[in-house]
Design a protein around this ligand. Structure first.
Ligand code: 3SL
Length: 245
């Protein structure tokens, strides 16, 4: 197995696909997707384009849908929700489809949607992602960070490192055996340095600081937790993620 990490959707190759592709947006899109499915959302359907989201969701009965829209960290006017995982209560989500667009995370999912196996990962569901990869043994794995508008993000990189770190232990191999590119080696080094203070790292991250300015300190605390939800979002049809199993 070879694992490649790409810091942003823009840096991800488009001419071929991996056997398994994993999108990460710790702050906060993939953390929100995992949480929404954990409390009973029927599915999460992702869009990079707000107009397309509005069009597609229009054909759903209002009691069966929710629209989540985020730009620049803030809720988009006309949507029911922004992008806080803490808004995902079972009362709200139960049996509804969450139609979602965010600045970067939904773009990361879109860029890998042609892969035969598309997963959404965050720190909160790292173990579920690792278990899937260990049991399916794909030959090539791409991990794609959402980043922020084309730039590197510490929180996505540390999560890629956390996934690789566990895979190395579970597959009983070395970093050299599985690292497909230098970015993955860098991600594992970042995780090794910060694994005991992930919340501290999120406070250093530029998007973490942006969210703190928007008063989202509880979101950071929530998203910094590791392995707390045994939920694996997997793409069932293009753009539609459901709970695996
Ligand atoms: O960029 C994104 O996709 C979002 O996750 C950003 S935010 O955390 O909702 O601000």
């Amino acid at each position: 197995m070879k694992i490649f990490f790409y810091h942003t959707p823009e840096l991800t190759p488009v001419q071929n696909v991996a056997d398994c592709a994993i999108a990460i947006d710790v702050l906060r899109a993939t953390s929100t997707i995992v949480t929404a499915l954990s409390v009973g959302a029927e599915a999460v359907q992702v869009f990079s384009d707000l107009d397309k989201l509005m069009q597609e969701s229009e054909s759903w009965a209002p009691e069966k849908r929710l629209r989540a829209g985020e730009r620049g960290g803030a809720k988009v006017a006309g949507c029911d929700l922004g992008n806080s995982p803490l808004d995902c209560t079972s009362e709200l989500m139960h049996d509804r489809r969450l139609f979602m667009t965010t600045t970067n995370g939904t773009r990361a999912l879109e860029i890998i949607q042609a892969s035969p196996s598309v997963l959404a990962a965050a720190l909160i569901n790292r173990r579920a992602v690792v278990d899937y990869v260990v049991s399916h043994r794909p030959e090539t794995v791409w991990i794609v960070g959402a980043g922020w508008e084309g730039s590197f993000a510490l929180e996505d990189t540390v999560c890629a490192g956390a996934i690789a770190h566990s895979l190395i232990a579970d597959l009983n191999c070395t970093l050299e055996d599985i690292a497909g590119n230098d970015e993955l080696t860098g991600a594992v080094a970042l995780y090794d340095q910060w694994k005991d203070d992930l919340l501290g790292l999120l406070h250093h991250a530029s998007h973490g600081k942006r969210l703190l300015r928007l008063d989202c300190q509880d979101d950071l605390k929530y998203c910094a937790q590791t392995d707390v939800l045994d939920v694996l979002p997997i793409q069932r049809e293009i753009g539609v993620l459901v709970k695996n199993g």
